[in-house]
Design a protein around this ligand. Structure first.
Ligand code: SF4
Length: 213
């Protein structure tokens, strides 16, 4: 049994699958409180669902791409691991969005992990579980959400310290409404940094505060 905040069909807004239709399974709870969080409604609200019910609901959309997100989906670790495995067994392409504070060690190898490393302006930098870097596959994605120059410089230091370039896909995005995209792009180009700049596409298609997209 998992506590599920919402299941919805939309366009993937981030990462290397951006632009593709995707079914999102948003699980309840989060152990972090990022300053810029846009899914606070997932901290507590949700309904209990059996794994078979979740899979049946997702199948209704006839879409092979499914993302498990939150909140922090790994808060419900054992059941979430099982859910992802079951989706893989059913032939789905499975994405997991995680904040990077809980272990990704036991995740099925077929799952593409999109993991944050929280920058200083999130207020959650002390929660990063750096050991997780050891478990990232070359097909996984590591995301830095950058709110100011301090965050950017911090991200550069982490990339250097853990030799992250070429380890997996590195995503740089801005804290929406806090840092101008052009500023971040200019910094990346000035430093000739081999990372992927991204915008949260769904925030441009719909109103930035629209839920269930
Ligand atoms: S990890 Fe995600 S859901 Fe949790 S507080 Fe941070 S932004 Fe919000």
């Amino acid at each position: 049994m998992l506590k599920v905040n919402e299941i919805f069909y939309s366009i993937q807004g981030e990462g290397t699958s951006a632009g593709l239709p995707c079914v999102f399974v948003r699980l309840t709870y989060c152990n972090l409180r990022c300053t810029y969080c846009d899914t606070e409604y997932a901290f507590y609200d949700g309904k209990d669902m059996e794994i078979s019910e979740i899979i049946a609901e997702v199948k209704k959309y006839q879409c092979n791409l499914v993302e498990i997100t939150g909140g922090e989906p790994l808060m419900q670790m054992d059941e979430c691991l099982f859910l992802m495995k079951q989706f893989c067994e059913e032939g789905f392409e499975v994405l997991l969005e995680t904040g990077g504070s809980l272990s990704i060690k036991e995740i099925d190898q077929r799952v593409k992990i999109i993991m944050d490393l929280k920058c200083p302006s999130s207020g959650m930098v002390k929660k990063n579980l750096y050991e997780n870097i050891n478990y990232l596959k070359s097909t996984d994605e590591l995301k830095f959400v950058i709110g100011n120059r301090e965050d950017y410089d911090w991200a550069l230091d982490v990339i250097k310290k853990y030799q992250l370039i070429n380890k997996c896909e590195i995503l740089f995005s801005v804290v929406f409404g806090k840092l101008e995209p052009v500023q971040l792009v200019n910094w990346i180009l000035e430093d000739k940094l081999n990372v992927r700049f991204q915008l949260q596409v769904h925030k441009f298609i719909w109103h930035p505060e629209t839920k269930g997209v």
